[in-house]
Design a protein around this ligand. Structure first.
Ligand SMILES: CC(C)(COP(=O)(O)OP(=O)(O)OC[C@H]1O[C@@H](n2cnc3c(N)ncnc32)[C@H](O)[C@@H]1OP(=O)(O)O)[C@@H](O)C(=O)NCCC(=O)NCCS
Length: 173
């Protein structure tokens, strides 16, 4: 598996991973009608992230199998806090889950962000993704409802982890 910075021309392959991952892997945690209404906002690659240099893709033999990244800005509010970064738009191809793809992308985020002064990460975790972020050293702060479309709000969990806690979890056993 190789991790590299995403480019704008990865958009179609990222859309395809998001379109496979989100319906399949979120269905266990959300009501079907709510998920169907929220999906259109989730399954499109975000051009600003693709151009940021801090959004990454995982490839296996040239095939895109995962994506995710970080930003200084909080998604939605664009709020900035010294030393804080936000994990953004993670997904792994359902055929490749539980093989460390997401974890490897978070490790890349950590390496790149700490070099730029980041000491702490937050994530708006979908309910299904809480165990993933928890395994990487983030802890639940509070429940939030993320606006996805007019009248559609997706329950999620705001999580936070310090860089030392995350580095500890990412250390090879
Ligand atoms: C969340 C997601 C990105 C995780 O990707 P992944 O590549 O399977 O994650 P990893 O293999 O790196 O998992 C690392 C650890 O996280 C935990 N974890 C991951 N998925 C888990 C699950 N479904 N249930 C319990 N623990 C889980 C485990 O501790 C795992 O380590 P282990 O497999 O050795 O036990 C993936 O499930 C996904 O694409 N979900 C749908 C989209 C989504 O919800 N994205 C997050 C938006 S906030």
């Amino acid at each position: 598996m190789q991790i590299r910075a995403a480019r704008l021309d990865d958009a179609a392959a990222i859309d395809a991973v998001l379109a496979r991952a989100c319906p399949a892997l979120m269905a266990s945690s959300y009501n079907a009608d709510l998920l169907a209404a929220a999906l259109p906002a989730m399954v499109k690659a975000q051009p600003a992230l693709l151009q940021s240099g801090t959004y990454y893709v995982a490839e296996d033999a040239g095939r895109l199998i995962g994506c995710g990244g970080w930003s200084f800005e909080e998604p939605g509010s664009r709020r900035l806090e010294d030393g804080l970064a936000h994990l953004r738009h993670f997904a792994t191809d359902p055929a490749m889950v539980r093989r460390g793809v997401g974890r490897a992308i978070v490790a890349r985020c950590l390496a790149m962000a700490t070099a730029r002064g980041v000491t702490c990460f937050e994530a708006f975790a979908s309910l299904n993704a809480e165990p993933f972020y928890q395994s990487l050293g983030l802890e639940r702060l509070d429940r939030v409802d993320l606006p996805m479309a007019p009248g559609i709000r997706l329950p999620a969990i705001r999580m936070r982890g310090s860089v030392p806690a995350m580095e500890h979890r990412l250390k090879p056993a």
